[in-house]
Design a protein. Structure first.
Length: 264
């Protein structure tokens, strides 16, 4: 049942973020991809299968895995200016996997891992390439198979990662939980169909959305042993959604304030 949820939720997120991006822009699509709809079910099933101590350790390691996800965004963003989507995806996945293997060897308290993740998001947003003009060039209408192909690619990647993670311990399972599955599909299609500038805007939105993802992992790590599975995951999801709403709004307010200062 949980595998079915993973195969349904992640493709649904990709489709929803694609439609949102077409309607409201790439940054919002990136924020939606930052939701823990892939990592959340992975952490949930490992907790149910192996106990709350295992789940807490995996969630703490997932915070370190989020630093690899930020690295993915930076590498894909820079490669998108020089290569096609295949080259950008290969380079960013290689960087992410190398980082995951190294990070799985670390054992940090959840609070420290959370601070490391936030610092990484901040640093990644500063070294992203410029996204170019504020408007995207006109593109041809997407073919009829576009959304089904995105959903199928996402489901395939989810199945591959969860199958590979099944026999691993909490550290490697945790760092692999945030592996860029939905973001890979959305970023690859964005680069192929809309170009580098739109792709970088999407990845910047994803980086902004990772704060809510980190809050989710932190609360699961801190609460699942004390409150149980249902309460911990429910609180973590609610907090993640709240942060996911507030952070983009704060960013838009900051941009508006900066624009007003420049006018005066």
């Amino acid at each position: 049942m949980t595998l079915l949820l993973q195969l349904v939720l992640a493709p649904a997120l990709v489709v929803a973020s694609t439609l949102a991006g077409r309607r409201w822009g790439a940054r919002l699509a990136g924020v939606l991809v930052g939701l823990p709809v892939v990592a959340g079910p992975i952490l949930l099933i490992t907790t149910l299968d192996h106990g709350t101590a295992f789940g807490a350790a995996a969630a703490s390691s997932a915070l370190l895995g989020l630093t690899s996800l930020a690295l993915f965004a930076v590498v894909f963003g820079w490669c998108s200016r020089r290569t096609g989507w295949v080259g950008a995806l290969a380079a960013s996945w290689a960087a992410c996997l190398v980082a995951d293997v190294a990070l799985a060897r670390l054992t940090l308290p959840a609070g420290i891992a959370f601070v490391v993740a936030l610092a990484t998001f901040w640093g990644a947003s500063r070294v992203m390439p410029p996204d170019g003009p504020g408007t995207s060039p006109p593109v041809a209408a997407a073919p009829w198979w576009d959304l089904p192909a995105r959903a199928a690619a996402t489901a395939t990647l989810v199945l591959a990662v969860t199958t590979a993670s099944g026999a691993l311990g909490p550290a490697m399972t945790g760092v692999l939980a945030p592996f860029p599955i939905a973001s890979s599909v959305v970023a690859a299609f964005a680069l192929a169909q809309r170009g580098s500038a739109e792709t970088v805007r999407l990845l910047r939105g994803m980086l902004a959305g990772l704060t809510g993802f980190a809050v989710f992992c932190l609360l699961v790590a801190l609460l699942v042993d004390r409150l149980g599975v249902a309460a911990a995951f429910g609180i973590a999801l609610a907090a993640s959604l709240a942060v996911q709403t507030v952070v983009p709004l704060a960013g838009r307010l900051a941009v508006g304030a900066a624009g007003r200062r420049r006018r005066y």
